[in-house]
Design a protein around this ligand. Structure first.
Ligand code: ADP
Length: 358
């Protein structure tokens, strides 16, 4: 198995063009994690260098990738802390024991494909070798039971915790496992918080590299609870390209930013439609709107997912494309998004803001 020392030795040979010294000697390598052949680290650079440092990042990543016994490498650039004074951070709320990263998948409105992205993102991350959980926090309209064709009820484990149900290599929990899909669920403010808290703390998630949270659509109580009470690594925002959806996506981005949750990026879903009969391409909901919005708001753009019948059919059948046809064109963007999300795991975790409860 690959060791930290071997990784550092490989990195020692990489010279930072800005300082003329090795990236290791210059103290630029931060947060190196080596686990079962998976390597992750951050490279600290002056924020002024911005994207100029990208070739250096790639060089470091490639050098480690070339080592024997390395299964995956995630190298991310982080801004030099000495240069940029950080705002004082409130104390960090406790996360979920044994869960290294929590990522929210959110949207400003329903029906844009958020749950489909959450499920496929979770599976794609698991296929990169990470231990992944998927929490269906959409307590008003849980869709994970349908998307993963789960009809079992979770069992209670030894410590009284519910055992998440395993499917396609991920552990998952949904309120829909406990309540019939057709039962309307009426939640009042405090109930929302306690339901979400229970699904995080009273479920045997540990050990996980990442817990993907399928959030309810919108910017209400449930989203605020998650944003304020959970140290989220960040949020992935899903939107369709048309203006109306993007207005809501902007609201979701603003809500996370207000609560100091980093936005990992925006995904454009139902971007391009390719007619299965004639191959003609059309943009039913417009095209490029999410990319432009991401740029305007200064957040990353993670990719475009086409509108294809197969994504819907496979989702509705409980057999997501990332699991059943991982090599397909339809699955490709989900894997790209997963790789981008995984890159952020090496960066230092940002504290969640202090909770103010009415
Ligand atoms: P949300 O969670 O935003 O409400 P869902 O993920 O439940 O949205 O998706 C809504 C519907 O759209 C589902 O029937 C789903 O299968 C379908 N869908 C989602 N993404 C795509 C896509 N890229 N192509 C085709 N159908 C899609």
């Amino acid at each position: 198995m690959i060791t930290r020392e071997e990784v550092l030795k490989a990195l020692e040979r990489i010279t930072d063009p800005a300082g003329g010294k090795s990236v290791v000697a210059s103290g630029m390598i931060e947060g190196l994690v080596v686990k079962d052949g998976h390597v992750a680290f951050a490279i600290e650079v002056d924020p002024k260098r911005g994207r100029e440092a990208e070739p250096l990042r790639k060089q470091c990543e490639d050098a480690v990738n070339a080592l024997k016994g390395v299964l995956s490498v995630t190298a991310v650039l982080t801004a030099h802390q000495g240069r940029k004074p950080e705002a004082p951070r409130p104390p960090q709320p406790a996360g979920i024991a044994g869960v290294a990263n929590i990522v929210a998948v959110a949207s400003g409105k329903g029906g844009v494909g958020k749950s489909t992205v959450a499920v496929n993102l979770a599976i794609a991350l698991a296929r990169q070798g990470l231990q992944v959980g998927l929490l269906d926090a959409d307590i008003y309209g849980p869709s994970v039971p349908r998307l993963l064709a789960i009809r079992d009820k979770p069992r209670q484990g030894e410590a009284g915790k519910l055992i998440p149900i395993e499917k396609h290599g991920i552990k998952t929990m949904s309120i829909g496992f406990l309540v019939d899909e057709a039962t309307p669920m009426i939640w009042r403010g405090p109930m929302v918080q306690s339901a979400l808290t229970q699904m995080m703390n009273d479920v045997a998630w540990s050990p996980l590299d990442v817990l993907v949270v399928d959030m309810p659509p919108g910017t209400g109580d449930a989203q605020l609870t998650m944003a304020q009470r959970v140290p989220l690594k960040g949020a992935v925002i899903v939107s369709t390209p048309q203006d109306l959806a993007l207005i809501d996506a902007k609201k979701a981005i603003a809500m996370f930013e207000k609560t100091q949750v980093p936005i990992l990026g925006l995904v454009e879903n139902m971007s391009l439609y390719v007619c299965p009969q004639c191959g003609h391409e059309s943009h039913i909901f417009g095209h490029g709107g999410a990319k432009a919005t991401a740029k305007a708001m200064g957040v990353a753009f993670l990719g475009e997912i086409p509108l294809v019948g197969r994504i819907r059919e496979m989702s509705d059948a409980g057999t997501p494309v990332t699991a059943t046809s991982p090599q397909s064109e339809e699955a490709r963007t989900y894997y790209t998004v997963a790789a981008e999300v995984a890159r952020t795991f090496a960066a230092p975790l940002r504290a969640a803001p202090k909770i103010v409860m009415e």
